[in-house]
Design a protein around this ligand. Structure first.
Ligand code: SF4
Length: 168
């Protein structure tokens, strides 16, 4: 079977973002993956039990994904509600889905506290960002899965077609 790629569900058109919208990537590379049966759609926050729509949430200032995974930092809404357990459950669900489908690569939506790669929002709810990654991205990378942002489609495609165990 072709190598599969775990993709943030919102990038594939699912209206699962906190604001009830999608962030669809319309690109021939994604359409090729779809035609080839490579796509594994996943939304960590919905898988972790959060509703749509939901309040935005950010890793608290001074924290990062590693600290969240280690229990040293929390993820909160603007009202201070602690939603950390949902983000951790969603990250584990992503890892389970990757294992179930033999996924060795992921294309995730940048800036999200779950799916971010290069940047995440910095916990101040001002729109400012800090260096990433998000919690799901961190866990996938820790487990040997190559993660690409939606701005890195060509690199993701090249990886998918050349990585061992990913014929064609
Ligand atoms: Fe998209 Fe990831 Fe946010 Fe779900 S958690 S809406 S897949 S960026």
């Amino acid at each position: 079977p072709p190598g599969r790629i775990l993709v943030s569900a919102c990038l594939l058109g699912s209206r699962v973002r906190f604001d009830g919208r999608a962030k669809t990537v319309a690109d021939t590379i994604v359409e090729c993956w779809r035609a080839e049966g490579r796509l594994v759609a996943h939304c960590p926050e919905v898988a972790g039990g959060l509703p749509v729509p939901r309040p935005p949430a950010e890793i608290e200032p001074g924290g990062d994904a590693r600290a969240v995974l280690d229990g040293r930092a929390r993820i909160r809404t603007p009202d201070g509600d602690d939603v950390t357990r949902h983000f951790l459950a969603g990250a584990r669900a992503a890892l389970d889905a990757a294992a179930e489908h033999g996924v060795r690569a992921a294309l995730l939506k940048d800036s999200s506290p779950s799916c971010g790669l290069h940047r995440v929002y910095d916990g101040t709810f001002t729109g400012a960002t800090a260096a990433g990654p998000g919690v799901t991205t961190r866990l996938l990378k820790d487990n040997g899965i190559a993660v690409f942002a939606e701005t890195d489609l060509e690199a993701a495609d090249a990886h998918l077609r050349t990585a061992p165990g990913h014929p064609g």
